[in-house]
Ligand binder design. Structure first.
Ligand code: NAD
Length: 381
């Protein structure tokens, strides 16, 4: 059929879909979480959390409002359902292993059982896994309900909960199914970070270093100067860094929600990092460990391309090492650079035979560039 066969054409203009997803409000609290206010709502809510968070001391007063209804299963996910007045609560097992369609469907099923309408609310209380799957469930429930988050990990507070990327893993691909669907409100209680296992804390902190390196020299210097306090989880220092990083990410997604331009910068360290994460075997290394390693590799590529100086590269590598991140070109967990390169090509953000990388000339001087394979292999030596 050629264009000549068209006898009429018509353009339909739409108002933005999903009223309520056009803005997110972020609230930062210096106190212990007291979440009962979330129950005082005209809307029905489905709360979603995982087993670990359900048992956290700081959140017990809130979860004690709920009484158990039943244990259920959707394919690969066993979950428990609780209720409190008109609201429901889904508790799934913890971890990336449960970032699946089955878990998403367990949320949808519970929403149906509690007769939620499209005007009602899905509330995630948890880390990035929970915020991603809960918002995804909200986005597909009756073609779009609303969602709100109480992020409980450092990674979720500074990154995952902000900016509307939602989804789940499928068929060994990370985040391959999903939608852009921002939360209406975020309630951020940095004190929740105190109970995070060290591994999760360090993983989340890599995203904070990344944000500082991309957007604020002062914050990068602040991080370097306060290493010991950060590692000791000094509340004041962490509150400062969380607020800064959340604001920096908010500014970026406000300008470019659907990642057409400036949001791509947030992938600094991620193209190398994702490749290592999946090659080492999903779950072997944390996301943050891989991002930190990826930042070191991206800066090495920047040096090789003559973009940045050896001294900036060395300074950044020393900073990453001082927080315990592995930065050697050949990572002890996976050493086949050709396979890493192959995986970098498969990254869903790459569209050509070159690999798109986020590089730096120096702190905050960011460059998006298509990089050739020989540079990447050299950065992995
Ligand atoms: N949407 C986005 O823009 C975006 C950005 C970055 C990462 N992500 C996603 O985020 C996920 C990783 O998030 P994460 O690191 O928060 O992992 P997570 O949600 O799996 O949480 C990590 C672990 O910490 C536990 N936990 C959570 N809060 C706790 C607390 N306060 N105290 C003690 N334990 C606690 C959880 O039960 C879990 O076992 C990945 O799936 C990644 O793809 C999304």
């Amino acid at each position: 059929m050629s264009n000549n066969d068209i006898f009429e054409s018509l353009k339909i203009k739409y108002k933005p879909l999903f009223v309520g997803t056009e803005k997110s409000k972020l609230y930062f609290y210096s106190t212990n979480p007291s979440l009962d206010f979330l129950l005082e709502s005209k809307k029905k809510k489905i709360f979603v959390t995982d087993q670990t968070i359900f048992n956290l001391e700081l959140l017990k007063p809130f979860f004690n409002n709920f009484k158990k209804e039943s244990d259920k299963s959707t394919g690969g996910t066993d979950y428990s359902v609780y209720s409190c007045d008109k609201h429901g609560l889904v508790v799934i097992p913890a971890g990336e292993k449960y970032k699946t369609m089955d878990s998403v469907l367990s949320i949808v099923k519970t929403a149906l059982d509690f007769n939620l309408t499209r005007k009602d609310m899905f509330t995630a209380i948890g880390g990035g896994v929970l915020t991603d799957i809960t918002a995804f469930a909200a986005s597909i429930y009756k073609r779009g309900a609303s969602c709100e988050f109480v992020p409980t990990t450092l990674l979720a507070m500074v990154d995952a909960a902000i900016g509307g990327k939602t989804g789940c893993d499928f068929d060994d691909y990370k985040n391959i199914v999903g939608a852009f669907f921002p939360a209406k409100s975020l309630y951020i209680y940095p004190v929740l970070i105190q109970s995070l296992p060290e591994k999760e804390f360090i993983s989340g902190f890599a995203e904070a270093i990344k944000t500082a390196m991309l957007f604020d020299r002062k914050c990068y210097e602040y991080i370097k100067a306060n290493k010991d306090k950060i590692l000791a989880r000094n509340p004041d220092v962490l509150c400062k860094i969380i607020t800064f990083c959340a604001k920096a990410k908010a500014k970026v997604v406000e300008k470019d929600l659907s990642e057409k331009n400036i949001r791509m910068l947030l992938n600094f360290g991620h193209t190398f990092g994702h490749a290592l994460e999946s090659r080492a075997g999903l779950g072997v290394l944390t996301h943050g460990e891989c991002v930190a390693w990826g930042i070191a590799r991206a800066l090495k590529a920047s040096v090789l391309l003559g973009l940045c100086s050896e001294s900036y590269y060395n300074d950044a590598v020393e900073t990453l090492k001082s927080f315990g991140y592995e930065t050697s070109a050949v990572h002890p967990a996976y050493s086949d650079s050709k396979e890493i390169l192959k995986t970098m090509h498969n990254d869903k953000k790459n569209s050509s035979s070159y690999v798109r990388l986020i590089l730096q000339k120096e702190v905050c001087k960011n460059v998006i560039t298509e990089t050739t394979e020989d540079i990447i292999l050299e950065a992995l030596k």
